[in-house]
Design a binder for this molecule. Structure first.
Ligand SMILES: [Cu+2]
Length: 426
């Protein structure tokens, strides 16, 4: 339940957090990451930023060619059938490794490091160890350390792997079936963090970390906690956390949500605005038989994201069944693309309160209608450049919508529905 005072707090905190920046909308309809078949990664320590001004030690899979760490590790984007090699070096003072859940027949080429384990380890200062697998199945996956996992996952050794299907020339389908067509896609790699453990590691006391007392206080989407989730991709204010998560779409678009559980806890990820249709779990289409498509798909109100697992879901929104015309049309006006015709020309079934009796927040345009604006009090609005309709998307475990106990923050971002005439950058 979001109360009026919480919304006021939210407004204040967003203004404090990014009030000095010109708010620019920079969301991509594609997923940021690195492509290819050979990836050179280094396990590396660095510090990340939290929206409350904190700095936390983390360990990451960073691109070897760069000088900093990255939280989470780079999103690896490959094509079905690729033979993928990850060359892992280790700049940390503990052994590390990388495992690829959902990929078969992983072979490793060691270079004098810890052999004989389920997964080859890279010793401190060692490597590279080459991990090679064939990306046989399209879908959404994670990769993470297979060494002392409870600690190394907590510290940040995790990333997402996307395998694009042969169908659709690399983009536009999640799997090899028309049911999985999408117009835009977004990654939601969900992680949780107990900064106390990171402090203990930083003070050289990692061997006495007691995971039975783990108490997460930060929650991230793609490595950022709100409101940083809404800052631009590659924001210079967040050099170690390059990925954002600010979905935008038009009515009628099919948006693919790739939701990956990258932490230690379960997160109920709630997308306001509509249910979505879950088409795949763990990189496997929900299909009753080969060729049947996503015929076992189901609609969900909230996506239960389980640690180590992934969900692919298609989200659509047209305003259907709201019972009023989202454009504020008169009955004689033409229909907009994908408009829910049964509500065309229907008036808003409520009396709008007087503006001076409302708290709007920065995302309200002053009008309930898509593409329209209305009067706002000085200081209100300003974050909704095209007069879209905005929905909060967040963990429905609302304790996870904070930064160290202060609402709002954590695992939260906004979906912006844009008027059909608004161009959304590819
Ligand atoms: Cu209409």
């Amino acid at each position: 339940m979001i109360t009026k005072s919480k919304i006021l707090d939210f407004q204040k905190s967003v203004v404090i957090a990014i009030g000095f920046m010109l708010f620019t909308i920079d969301s991509h309809a594609a997923i940021d990451g690195i492509t290819g078949t050979v990836f050179n990664l280094s396990a590396r320590a660095d510090h990340l930023s939290t929206p409350d001004g904190g700095s936390v030690l983390f360990w990451s899979y960073a691109e070897t060619s760069k000088t900093t760490g990255q939280y989470p590790g780079p999103t690896l984007i490959v094509n079905e059938g690729d033979v993928v090699t990850v060359n892992l070096s280790n700049e940390l003072d503990v052994p590390v490794s990388v495992v690829f859940p959902g990929q078969g027949l992983i072979t490793t080429v060691p270079s004098g490091d810890n052999p004989g384990l389920l997964t080859e380890e890279v010793l401190p200062g060692g490597g590279p160890v080459a991990y090679t697998f064939t990306a046989a199945n399209p879908g959404t996956y994670t990769y993470h350390s297979g060494t002392r996992m409870e600690l190394e996952l907590e510290m940040g050794l995790v990333g997402a792997l996307i395998v694009r299907p042969l169908m659709g020339a690399g983009i536009g389908f999640a799997y090899n079936h028309a049911d999985t067509q999408f117009d835009s896609e977004f990654l939601f790699l969900l992680t949780d963090m107990d900064p106390g453990i990171h402090l203990q590691v930083e003070s050289g006391d990692m061997d006495s970390v007691d995971f039975s007392g783990r108490f997460p206080n930060y929650w991230f989407i793609n490595g950022r906690a709100a409101p940083d989730t809404m800052k631009p991709v590659n924001s210079e204010l967040l050099p170690k956390q390059p990925y954002n998560c600010l979905p935008r779409m038009h009515p009628g678009d099919r948006m693919l949500l790739r939701i990956a559980g990258g932490g230690a806890d379960l997160h109920p990820f709630h997308h306001h605005g509509n249910h979505s249709r879950v088409i795949a779990r763990n990189g496997r289409m929900l299909s009753s038989s080969p060729g049947a498509g996503a015929d076992m798909s189901n609609r969900e109100f909230t996506i239960q994201s389980v640690p180590g697992q992934t969900v692919d879901s298609i989200f659509e929104w047209t305003g259907e069944e709201l019972g009023w015309d989202i454009y504020g049309h008169q009955p004689e006006d033409p229909l907009e693309p994908f408009e829910y015709a049964a509500d065309h020309g229907k008036v808003l079934p409520t009396v709008e309160p007087d503006a001076k009796d409302l708290v709007f927040g920065p995302f309200f345009s002053g009008s309930p209608y898509l593409g329209s604006s209305g009067p706002l009090k000085p200081g209100d609005g300003g974050f909704n450049l095209n007069n879209g309709i905005v929905f909060m998307w967040h963990s429905h475990n609302e304790r996870e919508m904070v930064n160290r106990g202060i609402f709002p923050g954590g695992m939260m971002t906004m979906l912006i529905i844009e008027h059909p005439s608004v161009v959304i950058n590819p």
